[in-house]
Ligand binder design. Structure first.
Ligand SMILES: NC(=O)c1ccc[n+]([C@@H]2O[C@H](COP(=O)([O-])OP(=O)(O)OC[C@H]3O[C@@H](n4cnc5c(N)ncnc54)[C@H](OP(=O)(O)O)[C@@H]3O)[C@@H](O)[C@H]2O)c1
Ligand SMILES: *[C@@H]1O[C@H](CO)[C@@H](O)[C@H](O)[C@H]1NC(C)=O
Ligand SMILES: *[C@@H]1O[C@H](CO)[C@@H](O)[C@H](O)[C@H]1NC(C)=O
Length: 318
């Protein structure tokens, strides 16, 4: 009996430490206040985007919730205002799967807001298909839409320097590969709808985020606009909502124990957006609130440049 109790005690203890140290991970420790600063968070109606927005609003920032659904965006607006006790929160419609929508968002933002101090490219999707511009869905939303958005807002960021761009990528970028032939012929990162094909295309789109940060940092040398990409951790969010129901049922019990909640999942984004003194690390990739080394393919200068030029062509910037 005593041995059994001891074993149970040890197991519970290990599980507790595991959840509260390893899963929880490091916290953003910056005490930065953001009164008078303006921040955009894309995809902030749910998941880590919403908790990121609440934290920034609590610090006094004017926070723009850039979300595609008016209904979900306005519901989140009420919640972010309530949770942060701030009135400096605004919803503006932005569908990253539509280059037209990205352009009209940027136009109305630049007209109605005078500053942009932090741009957080957080929105992401895990689903095969096509955007209205005929791009592969994950390539179009996770990468090209944010590429255009960042470029359209770059002058405003430069006017407000020191300013930052934060790109929420993923550890999945490790498995990414860029097939430029497929990109040129199909405007997609990869085709197919099987489990492994979808995972591959998602990983490819997240590799694009890391490569872009690498190239953008180079292009921003000499300015005080810095940029970072990151892996937020594995989070219990809505990201898997489009996967099949068997996977979702299997994930449920696992995610409750092994995954971060959305507050824990927002910490590395907040670290990159706020931590004082990380400016020399512009262009780097973070995880668990720490800068991490990336593989050769995630800092491949030639691939980053090629992707930049292709993206310019695809969104009509070239
Ligand atoms: N969850 C994880 O374990 C994990 C791991 C690594 C990286 N990430 C990355 O973390 C980021 C946030 O993900 P999350 O876990 O918080 O997922 P989430 O709960 O699914 O939230 C994703 C957000 O992106 C928005 N979005 C999707 N398509 C959009 C579009 N076309 N235009 C504008 N917004 C769009 C969604 O809006 P709707 O509600 O309207 O769809 C939602 O607000 C993503 O970039 C994801 O790749 C997540
Ligand atoms: C994050 O860092 C903390 C503190 O260094 C460490 O205890 C934890 O295991 C790390 N978590 C992960 C997932 O790496
Ligand atoms: C973030 O990623 C987007 C899309 O991949 C890219 O267009 C943008 O330049 C990147 N910004 C930074 C700072 O990396």
């Amino acid at each position: 009996m005593a041995t059994l109790l001891l074993v149970v005690g040890v197991v519970v203890g290990i599980a507790y430490i595991f959840r509260h140290v390893v899963v929880k991970g490091r916290q953003c420790t910056s005490k930065a206040k953001l009164h008078g600063k303006t921040v955009i968070v894309t995809g902030s109606n749910t998941g880590i985007g919403k908790t990121t927005a609440i934290d920034l609003a609590k610090r006094g920032a004017r926070v723009i919730l850039a979300c595609r659904s008016k209904q979900r965006g306005e519901a989140a607006l009420e919640e972010v205002k309530r949770e942060s006790c701030s009135n400096q929160v605004v919803f503006m419609q932005l569908d990253l799967g539509s280059l037209k929508s990205v352009r009209s968002f940027a136009e109305s933002f630049l007209k109605s807001e005078s500053r942009l101090d932090i741009l957080i490219n957080n929105a992401g999707i895990y689903l095969q298909g096509r955007t209205e511009d005929g791009l592969g869905m994950m390539f179009g939303i996770n990468h090209v839409g944010h590429f255009l958005l960042t470029n359209l807002l770059l002058d405003r960021l430069k006017e407000c320097e020191p300013s930052r761009v934060v790109n929420v990528s993923s550890l999945a970028h490790l498995f990414g590969n860029l097939d430029f032939n497929c990109l040129n012929t199909h405007k997609a990162l990869g085709l197919g709808t099987s489990f492994t094909e979808v995972l591959q295309v998602y990983s490819d789109s997240k590799l694009c985020n890391v490569l872009f940060t690498h190239e953008l940092a180079k292009r921003l040398q000499g300015t005080k606009v810095t940029c970072y990409s990151l892996h937020p951790g594995v989070i219990n969010s809505e990201l898997a909502r489009n996967t099949n129901s068997v996977i979702q049922i299997l994930l449920k019990p696992l995610s409750a124990f092994f995954f971060k909640n959305t507050i824990q999942g927002a910490q590395t984004t907040l670290h990159c957006a706020l931590q004082e003194g990380i400016e020399p690390l512009s262009g780097c990739y973070f995880s668990n609130c720490t800068v991490k080394k990336v593989s050769a393919k995630a800092k491949d200068d030639a691939a980053a440049k090629k992707l930049w030029e292709l993206s310019e062509r695809l969104c009509g910037l070239a």
